[in-house]
Design a protein around this ligand. Sequence first.
Ligand SMILES: Nc1ncnc2c1ncn2[C@@H]1O[C@H](COP(=O)(O)OP(=O)(O)OP(=O)(O)O)[C@@H](O)[C@H]1O
Ligand SMILES: C[C@H](N)[C@H](N)CCCCCC(=O)O
Ligand SMILES: [Mg+2]
Length: 227
Amino acid sequence: MRRGVFVTGTDTGVGKTVAACALVHALRARGMRVAPMKPVAAGASPIDGRLANEDSVALLRAAGWSDDALGDVTPILLTEPMAPHIAAQREGVRIERKTIFAAFERLASRGDFAVVEGVGGFRVPLAAGFDASDLAREMGLPVVLVVGMRLGCLNHALLTELAIAAEGLPLAGWIANTIDPAMPVLEENIATLRERLQAPLLGILPHQRAPDAERLSRHLDVSSLLP
Ligand SMILES: Nc1ncnc2c1ncn2[C@@H]1O[C@H](COP(=O)(O)OP(=O)(O)OP(=O)(O)O)[C@@H](O)[C@H]1O
Ligand SMILES: C[C@H](N)[C@H](N)CCCCCC(=O)O
Ligand SMILES: [Mg+2]
């Protein structure tokens, strides 16, 4: 396995980017040069004078990299915020392995630890015979699962763990992200996942009205991810 992690989530919108950026900060605080990637992004808007995806820019900034790397951070940029294979079809874009993995090799060689955010959940389709789980497997990265703490997350987390194991990939850890500050019995839900998921809990991210990845990184223990 390479040095790095593939960050997946129990669903879209559960805080993968927030958690991935917090991981980047936590790893940098431990002296790692972090190579960030969001290989397939669906949803582009004007940011600093050019079309970009918010997640890509957030990861780039968290890693402290300059804008020239943006094309490799996100080699497949789709305009519409929807399932990527459908956006690609509508926009005439081919989501090709070789484009993604060439960018990954260039980026990974510029850092010593890759943090790669997936797209949506673990099995989101990308193209015929190609989905998000193939990204993790072909990059050779262990997986970190971000669990957006809300009703329904237990089932999604346990199903995702099964899917990761079915790909033969290690689950390196999971992060409980408090996306719903009013979730009843939050602690009991976290305790349930601690008992059932066969991987360490890397941290519990509190709810923040305006999430600040650097502050949130203090809630993560990344020592088990390091050599
Ligand atoms: N700990 C938190 N406290 C408050 N808001 C949060 C927290 N984590 C995430 N959010 C908010 O939830 C929303 C979704 O988070 P984020 O964009 O990180 O999810 P994602 O899983 O990366 O989504 P996507 O599948 O689109 O990439 C954002 O508006 C984000 O600011
Ligand atoms: C647009 C959104 N924010 C994500 N980037 C893409 C989520 C795709 C989810 C597909 C699905 O599982 O139905
Ligand atoms: Mg995201």
